[in-house]
Design a protein around this ligand. Structure first.
Ligand SMILES: NC(=O)c1ccc[n+]([C@@H]2O[C@H](COP(=O)([O-])OP(=O)(O)OC[C@H]3O[C@@H](n4cnc5c(N)ncnc54)[C@H](O)[C@@H]3O)[C@@H](O)[C@H]2O)c1
Length: 318
């Protein structure tokens, strides 16, 4: 029996974990029961804010006292953590991408389906009001037949070498957001794609700071995804969509107001997760969505290496 409020344990108190912590404090019907963080100095810094901390998932499970978890550990640890909590029957809000490859996402999805638990994935854009309104207008036909979707995610700073090593690379780490957003907004899947990076990028054996992906969607629209990590203006995300009957350009992350919008979306995402744990209809992305986004992103990562086109639908159907 789930009690009120939902007691959530945060798994990983790094950059995103601490951002979630701020959102969880503002969410309704949730309390932070514990934080699992293996690095002692990070653990001490959150303990100093009054939180119960544990050095490992084992210690958390031994002590219990929580109803659900939010996984914000490095992407290459997602599968292990999902298997662990699924085995214990714990509902999860898991950060994207749910593993750094489709084999991991498939195993994670099978485990949560077997366990029959709530499994929500951190595609927070699904909780941005302007994007929700755009999705509604597209579904209602207000833009006519969708012809082109253009997604931009330009970050201000390159991540550390340590982060990159556990992230799956730019196409996975950043690209999954755009593939999830495109599928969710348009209701169309990716049929095929090709990708290119800047000079000295993937083909030179590095995780590039620029990647551009061209895709054909199953409903006939063309899509482009532009990813960058050294944008002087700051962290920015926007989407443009045009159809036979209308056009929308939504810069949902742009400057200081954009950071506030990001925080608000994380609060809404946490509220939706808590409601799902309480038995309400699950909103937000699920395991199948994570697998679909990762399938396209993994193929885009391959295309960055050789410039060749990848058939995404064939892979999904395989
Ligand atoms: N949705 C978004 O917009 C968004 C943005 C940034 C990051 N992320 C995702 O969040 C995750 C974390 O990214 P980050 O930027 O915070 O990375 P980070 O490296 O800053 O933080 C990861 C933290 O997890 C801790 N950790 C490592 N192993 C752990 C374990 N087994 N159990 C608990 N904690 C563990 C690390 O010590 C570190 O403090 C990644 O999966 C990333 O893709 C999502």
């Amino acid at each position: 029996m789930i009690r009120e409020p939902i007691r959530i344990a945060l798994i990983g108190a790094g950059r995103m974990g601490r951002t979630h912590l701020d959102a969880l404090q503002r969410a309704e019907g949730l309390s932070v029961a514990a934080i699992v963080e293996p690095v002692a100095s990070v653990r001490e810094s959150v303990a100093a804010r009054g939180y119960r901390t544990e050095a490992s998932v084992d210690a958390l499970l031994d002590q219990a006292g929580f109803d659900a978890v939010l996984i914000a550990a490095p992407s290459d640890q997602h599968l292990e953590l999902v298997l662990r909590f699924a085995g214990a029957g714990i509902p999860m809000l898991c950060e994207k991408p749910v593993g750094i490859g489709t084999a991991e996402a498939e195993q994670a999805l099978a485990a949560v389906q077997r366990a029959g638990i709530i499994f929500q994935v951190g595609y927070w854009r699904r909780f941005v009001p302007e994007l929700r309104a755009l999705r509604h207008r597209i579904a209602a036909g207000a833009l006519g037949e969708i012809v082109q979707v253009s997604c931009h995610q330009w970050d201000a700073e390159s991540p550390s070498a340590e982060f990159r090593a556990h992230s799956g690379g730019i196409a996975v780490d950043m690209g999954v957001h755009e593939f999830d957003q495109t599928r969710w907004l348009t209701g169309q899947d990716v049929a095929w794609l090709t990708a290119a990076s800047g000079a000295g990028g993937a083909q030179a054996g590095r995780d590039p700071d620029v990647a551009v992906i061209l895709a054909q969607l199953t409903g006939g629209a063309a899509a482009t995804v532009s990813l960058g990590r050294t944008f002087p203006h700051g962290d920015c995300c926007w989407v443009e969509v045009f159809g036979t009957g209308g056009y929308e350009r939504i810069p949902f992350i742009w400057g200081e107001p954009g950071q506030r919008a990001f925080g608000e979306a994380l609060v809404a995402q946490a509220n939706a997760f808590a409601a799902a744990v309480r038995g309400e209809r699950q909103l937000g992305a699920g395991g199948e969505d994570a697998l679909a986004a990762l399938t396209a992103a993994e193929l885009a990562a391959g295309s960055l290496l050789d410039g060749q086109r990848r058939e995404v639908l064939a892979r999904v159907g395989a």
